[in-house]
Design a protein around this ligand. Structure first.
Ligand code: ATP
Length: 393
């Protein structure tokens, strides 16, 4: 029966939820009572994140939801976003494990990131990323090249149970596969992957081995991050892990930004990631309807690149009105005092291009990053490359 169930699930196209995919949706619905919540890790605009336990260590983001009686539509939005998360499985993305979808307790459960965010490294600890290290981080954020995973095309059927208790490594879970029949989508061999001890997913082996990395992977799957920033990028022993992707619309369910922002609902540290077309669309209390796109993610990546290289935010210290006026008119942060090669500055310039269509995609960004000659990355001695404390290596 388990095999029949999984084959049945394979027939359902993920994108059709919630119309027809409620069966598969249940696999991702975590009863709130099954979660153990420990200490608060931090509180953001839309929720509070706890260290928790659910078949192992997890992070639980408990959303600050408004009364939901008249919010059937936003609740659907939340479920749609959950449907989006479950399509993501990648070593440079936080592992989505499930969600509590019964109001008033809405929560998102993901793997617990070790390490620290780039924001903590750069802005709080003042760690310095030398140019080579910045490139390595940027490549992992952007990489759009097909990368082989550890899956073997010759993987043999393995008997159930596929998952051994105590394993919490995604890689180990993913390496346990069972061949069950043809993939519903591409008629290639399909595999059943037991992921993190709770969900069986149909996955075409071909899709697995051609997995995309980081933002390139998200964009290849049609997912716009909408909130790419150093606070949402963890560094775990040199490995980049991106969090909070596609979550922005969840805010329709949440208390407004104003508690921690200004009259336009702009929280501190957010504006410098917004592309000109987003800045021009800013209206009081209307940040939910901004025209996010893959190109706005690329603009935000440009800001992350700037922070890595300069250790600061662009337009640092300027009031929001001044930043809005400049960005909205295509004025960019001046780079005259930045001691970096032209190639490096060019990346900033193309990511921050005024017209969205002039910004590169992540695949071509990666190609550019890979072409940067190592020797030209070196900065002048006046730039703080050799500092006492270096970032996570
Ligand atoms: P904002 O909501 O404005 O984007 P934020 O990113 O700090 O700000 P949250 O995403 O709610 O807000 O995160 C709150 C805290 O929890 C942050 O310190 C963040 O680094 C941490 N955090 C979020 N997700 C995880 C995770 N999967 N593992 C470990 N810590 C996490």
């Amino acid at each position: 029966p388990a095999r029949a169930d999984s084959l049945d699930a394979a027939k359902h196209d993920d994108n059709r939820w919630p119309r027809q995919n409620s069966l598969s949706m249940k696999e991702w619905d975590i009863p709130y009572d099954e979660l153990k919540l420990f200490e608060v890790i931090g509180t953001g605009r839309f929720g509070t994140v706890y260290r928790g336990s659910w078949h192992g260590a997890v992070a639980v983001k408990l959303l600050h939801v408004q009364a939901l009686s008249d919010h059937a539509k936003p609740l659907d939005t939340f479920k749609h976003e959950v449907a989006t998360f479950r399509k993501t499985r990648h070593e440079n993305l936080v592992l989505f494990m499930g969600a509590c979808m019964k109001p008033p307790r809405l929560a998102i459960v993901t793997s617990l990131c070790k390490g620290m965010t780039l924001h903590t490294h750069i802005h709080l600890r003042k760690d310095k990323f030398n140019a080579n290290k910045s490139v390595l981080v940027a490549q992992q954020i952007s990489q759009g090249r097909a990368a082989r995973t550890s899956f073997s095309p010759l993987c043999r059927p393995t008997p159930a149970p596929l998952y051994r208790a105590g394993e919490d490594s995604v890689t180990r879970c993913l390496s346990v596969m069972q061949v069950v029949g043809p993939c519903a989508r591409s008629a290639r061999i399909a595999t059943t992957i037991l992921l993190a001890n709770f969900a069986v997913k149909q996955q075409c082996l071909h899709c697995c081995v051609s997995a995309w990395r980081g933002m390139g992977y998200l964009h290849a799957r049609g997912i716009v991050h909408k909130d790419l920033k150093t606070k949402n990028i963890f560094l775990e022993n040199g490995k980049v892990v991106i969090t909070d992707f596609g979550l922005f619309s969840v805010t329709k369910l949440c208390f407004g930004n104003n508690a921690r922002g200004d009259s336009l609902g702009i929280p501190p540290g957010w504006l410098c990631y917004l592309a000109p077309e987003l800045v021009r669309a800013l209206r009081p209390h209307a940040s939910l309807h901004l025209p996010f796109s893959k190109a706005t993610d690329v603009y935000a990546f440009g800001t992350v690149w700037y922070e890595l290289l300069c250790g600061d935010y662009p337009f640092k210290g300027q009031p929001p009105e001044a930043v809005i006026w400049q960005v909205g008119r295509g004025v960019k942060q001046a780079l005259t005092n930045m001691h970096a090669s032209k190639d490096i500055k060019d990346i900033l310039m193309v990511c921050w291009a005024y017209r969205p269509q002039e910004r590169p995609d992540f695949a071509s960004l990666l190609a550019t990053l890979e072409k940067l000659p190592r020797k030209r990355l070196a900065r002048s001695p006046s730039h703080p490359v050799h500092l006492s404390r270096s970032a996570d290596s």
